[in-house]
Design a protein around this ligand. Structure first.
Ligand SMILES: CC(C)(COP(=O)(O)OP(=O)(O)OC[C@H]1O[C@@H](n2cnc3c(N)ncnc32)[C@H](O)[C@@H]1OP(=O)(O)O)[C@@H](O)C(=O)NCCC(=O)NCCS
Length: 76
């Protein structure tokens, strides 16, 4: 099962809604799939808020990735 991105509207950030959202998501996942043993997530290294939420949930780094992009079409 793959979830979407965790997002809190800018004017509501800093009230632990991001944490609450992620806990609710994990609870819903476990209710539907009780045999789930682990959850994978990905966050930019510079995303201090999301990494703070993940730390609090006990999520640990297992792999670091470099993402590469290039423009296509008229911009290339
Ligand atoms: C990431 C996001 C969902 C967090 O939502 P939020 O409701 O503001 O998060 P919280 O209030 O639960 O705060 C998260 C942590 O960041 C910390 N934090 C708050 N301001 C901070 C700052 N300026 N620098 C570092 N950490 C900060 C809080 O202390 C909290 O940690 P704590 O619980 O250990 O105290 C929200 O910032 C967001 O929507 N960002 C844009 C979308 C995004 O980047 N999503 C994640 C993609 S992987």
């Amino acid at each position: 099962m793959q979830g979407g991105t965790t997002i809190v509207l800018p004017e509501h950030r800093g009230h632990r809604l991001g944490l609450a959202l992620k806990v609710a998501h994990h609870q819903a996942l476990l209710a539907r799939f009780p045999d789930v043993e682990w959850i994978a997530t990905a966050t930019a290294d510079v995303n201090a808020h999301m990494n703070a939420v993940n730390d609090r949930l006990g999520i640990r780094v297992v792999e670091r990735c470099i993402e590469l992009t290039r423009p296509v079409g008229r911009a290339s």
